[in-house]
Design a protein. Structure first.
Length: 177
């Protein structure tokens, strides 16, 4: 049993294995997937996950602990400490906006209030079930960006990458630090 003041932890080690074939057209400085390279305790690097991916590693390990319903990353259970959790919620639970037509002002205000309140609690913000296709998807992404949402959710990786490169003046900088 767990309740207020009681810490419940369960630990797992996750290994992310990536697969990519060789590319004969790769530029000399392109990332080459290294099928036998494994990054151990990747979160100890300055840029967790990204350092391993940039080096071409195709297997990446991290230790994950379930603590009071949250997944936390640390090598050892004793290293789990205060963290900055993420507020992740269903877009459709709060908004009807699909991107077609202007966003109603009351929804825009609610979005900004949710983001401001989460940031005041030092939480990052991500909505899932946001519109991800159709003519209004970029309008929704634009509202999320303007409101300061930290992570824009999508299954359309190339489309979001191109949108952020065009619309975000600092696409490599986090919204909230």
């Amino acid at each position: 049993m767990h309740g207020p003041g009681r810490l419940v932890a369960v630990g797992w080690t996750l290994v992310l294995a990536l697969s990519a074939g060789p590319s004969s057209t790769a530029a000399p400085d392109a990332i080459v997937p290294l099928a036998r390279a494994h990054a151990h305790n990747d979160y100890l690097h300055p840029r967790p996950l990204l350092d391993a991916l940039d080096a071409g590693f195709t297997s990446i390990e991290t230790d994950v602990w379930l603590v009071d319903g949250d997944l936390l990353v640390a090598h050892d259970r004793r290293e789990v400490r205060a963290y900055e959790p993420m507020l992740t919620d269903n877009w459709m639970r709060h908004f009807v906006r699909t991107g077609v037509g202007p966003m109603p002002e009351d929804e825009r205000r609610k979005l900004r209030e949710i983001v401001a309140a989460a940031h005041a609690r030092r939480q990052r913000v991500r909505f899932w079930a946001t519109p991800d296709s159709g003519p209004g998807v970029e309008a929704v992404w634009r509202e999320l960006l303007r409101a300061g949402v930290d992570y824009i959710n999508t299954d359309r990786l190339a489309a979001l990458r191109e949108f952020l490169r065009r619309a975000d003046p600092s696409p490599s900088q986090p919204m909230f630090r």
